[in-house]
Ligand binder design. Structure first.
Ligand code: ATP
Length: 402
């Protein structure tokens, strides 16, 4: 995560706040950033190619250290890139200083000037750019209204809550009306409730202003709710870039399937093999029938047998009987023991076990299930995922998924 840092690029206002004007297209071509210190080399961004469309909200999401912040800082001009090109509205900005790129960046830490009032903080980027007082005041007034912080303009940062400070930091970026907004985990210092509120507000703000926005987070829920598209990163590379629901329904590989969704998808190492004339997905601890639709979608012939990783999301497992009657191998069901019941209010999260293999299910809170119960659970065969055992690539994502 980047350090606290006031923004560096300042442009005079050219359009009125709240207009539907769109921002600039951002294109990364073969972007590579390697940090080298003597013999130590860290490839933080590896040959990345992505085009963020005019006015699009793109979210980079991935685990700590995967290269999200480095990507963002490279676009901002705060990192010297090792290779590749960064184009904004078609112009290669790789050699340009941050202030020449017409970009505003909002950081996790608010980086407000402590001795200035909110009004002065927000007006500062315009002031150093030589924008006149009357215009500055008008822009700050309009932006403050948009962010609903008009009553805070005379206060100093120390007299504001975390959420209010983050709004002022947003305002200071907005007031400049740059071509592109970059957000580096801007909500992570806020409490859970406020994060969700600010998430909604950022969505609304983006709909209103329509500027290209690139947002970095490690929070998959934030990514799902904010992005027009999300780019899931791991190990310096984009694993998949697509609209949120598509990433959820059709994950490109096992990493994406496991990263997006909470609780995460259940995975089992399996052998697909013949068993007395039928094909089964064998987890070693239990076997499920191989659905007909998979025959149509998978090239590997199940009659030869093959190894794979089987995945199913917790919401696609249901309790079909609380009594735990035994089931035949031709059913998509097994008996399992309930190890943990987590009551989440709107749902129960169950951790279950079958012959030493654990998995999770999400069930309705009305389900009267207790720790230690043996129940029958059904697996929704239309929602099965299979991944290639060797490289984790998705082989199928449900009967409707192809
Ligand atoms: P986080 O969510 O923790 O901020 P991230 O996905 O944003 O992680 P980056 O901060 O981009 O990840 O870091 C990517 C990789 O580059 C990491 O291995 C990190 O240790 C390394 N890295 C980042 N900055 C530097 C630096 N200045 N010098 C050397 N290595 C660095």
């Amino acid at each position: 995560m980047s350090d606290s840092q006031p923004e560096t690029s300042i442009e005079p206002a050219t359009q009125s706040i709240g207009s539907q004007a769109s921002g600039g297209q951002v294109e990364l071509r073969d972007l590579t950033k390697i940090y080298a210190d003597g013999d130590d080399r860290v490839v933080a961004v590896d040959n990345m190619n992505v085009t963020v469309e005019d006015g699009e909200f793109l979210v980079f999401v991935g685990p700590s250290g995967c290269g999200k912040t480095t990507t963002l800082r490279s676009i901002a001009g705060l990192e010297e890139i090792t290779d590749g090109e960064i184009l904004i509205e078609g112009e290669n900005v790789a050699g340009k200083a941050p202030r020449q790129r017409d970009i505003a960046m909002v950081f996790q830490t608010y980086a407000l000037y402590p001795h200035m009032t909110v009004q002065e903080n927000m007006a500062y980027p315009l002031k150093v750019r030589g924008v006149g007082k009357a215009t500055r005041e008008q822009k700050v007034r309009e932006t403050a209204e948009l962010l609903q912080i008009s009553e805070l303009l005379d206060r100093q940062p120390k007299d504001l809550s975390g959420g209010q400070q983050q709004r002022v930091a947003l305002g200071r970026a907005l007031v400049r009306e740059p071509r592109v907004f970059l957000f580096d985990e801007p909500l992570s210092n806020l409490d859970a409730k406020l994060r969700i509120k600010m998430r909604t507000e950022l969505n609304r703000l983006h709909d209103k202003i329509g500027k290209t926005s690139i947002y970095v987070t490690h929070d998959q829920a934030e990514a799902m709710t904010l992005g027009d598209r999300i780019a899931v990163m791991n190990d310096a590379e984009i694993q998949q870039i697509a609209p949120p629901q598509q990433v959820y329904d059709k994950p490109a590989n096992q990493f994406v399937a496991g990263f997006i969704g909470s609780p995460q998808m259940n995975f089992f190492d399996v052998e697909v093999r013949q068993d007395g004339g039928t094909t089964v997905i064998d987890t070693q601890s239990f076997a499920l029938p191989y659905p007909d639709w998979m025959h149509d979608q998978i090239d590997s012939s199940p009659s030869d047998g093959f190894d794979a990783v089987y995945g199913i999301r917790p919401e696609d497992i249901t309790i079909s009987s609380l009594r735990g009657e035994s089931v035949s191998e031709t059913e998509n069901a097994i008996t399992a023991e309930v190890l943990v019941v987590e009551e989440m209010g709107s749902d129960f999260f169950l951790t279950m076990e079958k012959d030493g293999v654990e998995f999770q299910a999400i069930v309705e809170p009305e389900t009267s299930v207790s720790q230690g119960d043996t129940v029958t659970v059904s697996f929704n065969e239309d929602k099965y995922h299979l991944f290639d055992k060797s490289d984790g690539e998705s082989l199928v994502y449900g009967s409707e998924g192809h």
